[in-house]
Ligand binder design. Structure first.
Ligand code: SAH
Ligand code: SF4
Length: 409
């Protein structure tokens, strides 16, 4: 089930999308066209810093080189936003089309996803403080050119998903294919372009936007590990620091072991969702392959950085995993780990045999965990009215909810 996928770094393609190639790859490609190596760097800048949508926009390259690239069959190849729905809470959901016509969903959540850095941490507060200390004057004098000071983008890693969690709508699609590194990072570029977000001060913006990324859209990132991690590296070039990224896995052990060895890596969230193997097996069949004990053992191999925590996501399913006894079991499991718990109230989907727990039960569950000294947060659902909340990313075309249709920017 765990496939290592080539990350396109072995051979330089002789045509096709340039977005997704690394600096050494672009430099090789340029040299193959008998051009000086610095043109590779210019191409790299145009792709990842300027996020150009067409070769014609690359004003640093001479026109004959741009023509040559076109004639050879190269394109920029950014995925395209083909459908947009906006929620009353400001969340926007996009259907994004890849070159072969496959589509995934990507979500834009202005102001983070509930006062958090996308991972249930209290990072928003820390950021506020940081901003106040370092930046407040600059921010007042030079307001950001886009209306959000902070925003989180939820990114997909596969078309569909093979993991088959019983409570998840994406699972109903099955797995269609892995996304390439360029397609994963390209979702972010497409969404940033739509909102005209300036990321770095090198673009002449003294108050760059704070963008957080969560790899929590469609798919299981650790079943597409090489492309996922290659995408992280591309995204750091934009630049979005990896400290502002969080990846969520359902608990793919070989992926976790590889992740533990990375020097440049996002923070980790793990979808635990149950406090014992029996319950977990019934809602996440992957538990039969890797049980909770094995999962926790693998997580212990990750060298946590300063002030880093592992986040355990726990989708609360009424009557299944939401009793105080479950809370106590959960506490016993994670007691000795540097972690926090992100409670997610189940988002309903059509024809699914679950129900939301009552609000009082959710609070009691949270209080019980906090009383044991473990930080626990309740993730505020975003974009429920447009099916953009967790686990609701199923293609609009197949399951049309009430949408506000907008034309792509
Ligand atoms: N495949 C990865 C990342 C995408 S799912 C993973 O499973 O971790 C992101 C989060 O959404 C996971 O924690 C998952 O448990 C949760 N989720 C899935 N379906 C949901 C639903 N219907 N309601 C609430 N959360 C859901
Ligand atoms: Fe896949 Fe995550 Fe949904 Fe499970 S919860 S089916 S791993 S996307």
């Amino acid at each position: 089930m765990y496939n290592k996928i080539n990350d396109n770094t072995e051979a330089i393609p002789s045509q096709g999308p340039l977005f997704g190639l690394t600096l050494p790859e672009l430099t090789d490609l340029i040299k193959r066209l008998n051009q000086p190596a610095y043109r590779g760097k210019q191409l790299h800048e145009a792709l990842y810093r300027q996020r150009v949508a067409s070769l014609d926009e690359i004003s640093t390259l001479p026109a004959d080189l741009r023509d040559r690239l076109k004639a050879e069959g190269y394109t920029i190849g950014l995925p395209e936003i083909v459908q947009t729905a906006r929620s009353i809470d400001g969340t926007e959901r996009y259907l994004i089309r890849m070159a072969d016509g496959e589509t995934v969903e990507t979500v834009w959540m202005p102001d983070g996803d509930g006062g958090e850095r996308g991972d249930g941490s209290q990072a928003a507060e820390e950021e506020e403080k940081e901003e106040q200390e370092n930046n407040s004057n600059a921010a007042e004098q030079n307001p950001a050119p886009f209306p959000y000071r902070r925003s989180t983008i939820c990114v997909s890693s596969q078309v569909g998903c093979a993991v088959n969690c019983q409570f998840c709508l994406t699972a109903k699609l099955g797995i269609r294919r892995n996304l390439t590194a360029g397609e994963i990072a390209g979702q972010v570029a497409a969404v940033l372009n739509r909102h005209q977000v300036a990321l770095s001060s090198s673009r002449g913006n003294p108050n760059p936007a704070r963008i957080n990324l969560v790899f929590m859209g469609m798919g299981e990132p650790f079943l597409n590990y090489a492309n996922f991690i290659a995408a992280v590296r591309l995204l750091t070039q934009m630049p979005i620091p990896e400290s502002r990224m969080t990846v969520s896995t359902s608990g793919i052990l070989p992926g976790i072991l590889d992740f533990a060895k990375e020097t440049i890596r996002p923070k980790l969230a793990v979808s635990l969702n149950a406090s014992n193997d029996e319950v977990r097996e019934s809602i996440m069949p992957i538990t039969r392959k890797w049980n909770i004990a094995a999962l926790l053992e693998a997580l212990a191999t990750i060298p946590l950085r300063n002030r880093e925590w592992i986040t355990f996501e726990y989708v609360l399913l009424g009557g299944i995993n939401d009793s105080l006894q479950h809370a106590d079991e959960l506490i016993a499991l994670v007691r000795n780990m540097r972690c926090k718990i992100n409670l997610i109230v189940w988002n309903s989907g059509p024809n699914m045999p679950f129900h939301e727990p009552p609000q009082s039960g959710v609070s009691a569950f949270q209080k019980r965990i906090m009383a044991a000294g473990i930080p626990a947060y309740i993730r505020r659902p975003r974009g429920r009215d447009i099916y953009a909340a967790c686990g609701q990313l199923k293609r609009t075309v197949e399951q049309p909810p009430q949408l506000v249709e907008l034309t792509p920017a």
